[in-house]
Design a protein around this ligand. Structure first.
Ligand SMILES: [Zn+2]
Ligand SMILES: [Zn+2]
Length: 381
């Protein structure tokens, strides 16, 4: 069998809880007939990682669940089930579904109770490091691929910085196109110019939206500028006349679709509702804190609006995301990636938690990058 030689080790950033992390060197074990190993190329940091790293964890974990890499080794049964061979580049979903519940049997593994983040489910980047073989998250040089891993093959020549968009763009495709039903010629508004917000701009452009507007707060200025680079018009959601402003930008029609991806309080939901035109759709991604939001039922009924909640993505959205990226990324190549070596992951998670992150929301752990290389890259750009 090929793959990691006996005695191979992997450097990993282990989150200990309460914002503490440490680098550990862990053993890469052999693989059986039904599992495998991934050589991690890139692991995107999302808001969930930032929140998890800051909280009091029950047990140390290797975070990182937006992972792409190269299949280093795998058993014959795994190869058959995943449809990949050693050496293939893949994107890994965070789901570790049971494979036998009604949702799994219907192919809707994101709805498997075993994967439910809020119900104590197990996911890539959340399994304790004490559980053999320890390497369950993307913030490490190698990652274990258990029998129930969900992988998607990537084109061999897709640049790593674009490949790292696979999952956030798949989420955005699911929310904007599949659930939001964005159609050519429509106006799509995205609230929240973060990692998923930029991906949603690309998804809306790919869906043929005639106009893409992105709303954010004054503190989001640099990210709103990035959204403009991707072809969006931006606005300030904290202005009292925001609904009139958006109506003026859309010739009085309002939005066909609003996707609310803002990660803060529930007030963006009522703002989002106020931007909808006739038969407008509102898609809410992410639970607000506090969770209870108020909705103007007069506008809802009179406007015949639809409100949907979304989480994660279906497998078809991952396939579409990979197609979009292979075709150039619908502008995402214009959003720079901030590459983080393993030794700097803890510091970066702290910066992001404090709202002091880099200008780009595309922050990517590159486990084989040495801190010196990363600094050299930054000073050169
Ligand atoms: Zn995530
Ligand atoms: Zn299941």
């Amino acid at each position: 069998m090929t793959g990691p030689a006996t005695g191979t080790t992997a450097l990993a950033c282990v989150a200990l809880g309460s914002s503490a992390t440490e680098l550990r060197t862990l053993d890469v074990t052999g693989c059986g007939a039904d599992d495998g190993w991934l050589r991690v190329e890139a692991s995107g940091i999302c808001g969930t990682d930032v929140a998890l790293a800051a909280k009091d964890l029950d047990a140390p974990v290797i975070l990182g669940h937006h992972v792409v890499g190269q299949v280093e080794d795998l058993g014959p049964q795994a190869a058959q089930r995943w449809g990949v061979t050693a050496g293939d580049r893949v994107a890994l979903e965070e789901y570790l579904p049971c494979g036998s519940c009604p949702a799994c049997r219907a192919g809707r593994y994101r709805e498997c109770p075993d994967t439910d983040l809020w119900g104590g489910g197990r996911r890539v980047g959340l399994v304790p490091v004490d559980e053999s073989p320890s390497l369950w998250g993307g913030n490490a040089q190698y990652m274990y691929l258990p029998p129930n891993a969900v992988v998607h093959r990537l084109p061999p020549d897709l640049p790593a910085s674009l490949a790292a968009w696979t999952l956030p763009l798949a989420n955005a495709v699911d929310w904007v196109s599949r659930v939001g039903a964005a159609a050519p010629g429509e106006t799509v508004v995205v609230i929240g110019p973060g990692y998923h917000g930029l991906a949603a701009v690309a998804a809306a452009r790919h869906a043929g939206a005639a106009q893409v507007l992105v709303g954010g707060l004054p503190r989001d200025a640099s990210r709103l500028r990035l959204a403009e680079k991707l072809g969006a018009t931006t606005f300030d959601t904290s202005q009292p006349d925001v609904a009139e402003h958006v109506r003026a930008l859309t010739d009085g029609r309002g939005a066909d679709l609003v996707v609310d991806i803002a990660g803060a309080g529930p007030e963006t939901v009522s703002t989002a509702m106020s931007l909808l035109g006739a038969r407008g759709r509102l898609v809410v991604a992410g639970i607000k804190n506090p969770a209870l939001a108020s909705i103007d039922t007069a506008a809802l009924v009179r406007g015949m609006h639809t409100v949907s909640g979304v989480r994660g993505r279906d497998p078809e959205s991952v396939a579409r995301s990979i197609d979009v990226l292979a075709g150039g990324g619908a502008g995402l190549g214009d959003a720079p990636s901030e590459d983080v070596p393993l030794a700097e992951v803890g510091q970066m998670l702290g910066r992001l938690a404090a709202g002091d992150g880099p200008e780009t929301p595309h922050v990517v752990v590159r486990p084989w990058l040495s801190p010196t290389d990363a600094n050299a890259d930054r000073s050169a750009s």
